[in-house]
Design a protein around this ligand. Sequence first.
Ligand code: PEP
Ligand code: MG
Length: 325
Amino acid sequence: SEQLALRTKDLPAVSTDEYRIRLNGNMEFPEEIPSLLAHGAEGIGLYRTEFMFLERKTVPTEEEHYRAYKQVLESMGGRPVTIRTLDLGGDKVPGKTKHEREPNPAMGLRAIRYCLANRELFRAQLRALLRASAHGNLRIMVPLISGVSELREARSELEACRTALSRAGVRIGNRIQVGIMVETPSAALIADRLAQEADFFSVGTNDLIQYTMAIDRQNRDVAYLYKPLHLAVLRSLQNIVGAAKAAGIPVSMCGEMAGDPIYALVLLALGFDELSMTAGQVPMVKNILRRSSRAEALELLNTAMELTTAEEIERHIRTEMERRF
Ligand code: PEP
Ligand code: MG
């Protein structure tokens, strides 16, 4: 993978019939950027900011948020940087003891729900993001959106912060995109409506599959049901991409599915504009995309979606991918 990275680092991820997909990196800490760039990531598709909260007792200040985001935006030198607002709550709660935790954390107060319930904490991050936006190409991404109201609420909080900062004379970037993670079945089903108000979509398959299949992603007893190629997941992805295209907004995927080479042709066929993954996966996924055509990918997907069970679809995709690569 390191050698492949060296050879393909500056080549675009483009199919033989000229379908271009942008490959971005997922990150948790600013220190990961050199490795992302070395592997050929063209931007950051997912910066999981909640990692700043974990393994510490106090909540980060606005200034700490700001310094981290500014450093990341500057080191990316104008490339797009998608910073996700805090995905805290559920099993990632700062300073909560075990017995205070929710009985069903995956379905509890997490991500945007947690931020809307803890406004001071949310505002500190939004203010830091707005201040940092002057230093690069920032996209703000809101996790676990379940309906349009949550997106409106998040946007109105962001606008309030923007107004206050502008009044105080703070310089703010002028074209910050505000997008959402599509990772709940409700968001996938109303993707057409969400696409009217979001600047971009990024599909979080880790959660989308968990909620679609009704399987706790931490529970090993049901892990065998975790199937990215389940027909329900594929149909869901088709609906999300279709809605984004119809509204003319870019659609990305940043869940683990995006970085697994076995799914590369399926994602090419579905029509994703961008894929975001761990740095180490970028060269392999790029290599597969550069050696394939979208036409053959579409044929593969169409045949796969005629099948019924996740096992049948998986077997078909695996056989075809092994035959090719
Ligand atoms: C996802 O759900 O696919 C995702 C990228 O977010 P996380 O894994 O951080 O929940
Ligand atoms: Mg998620």
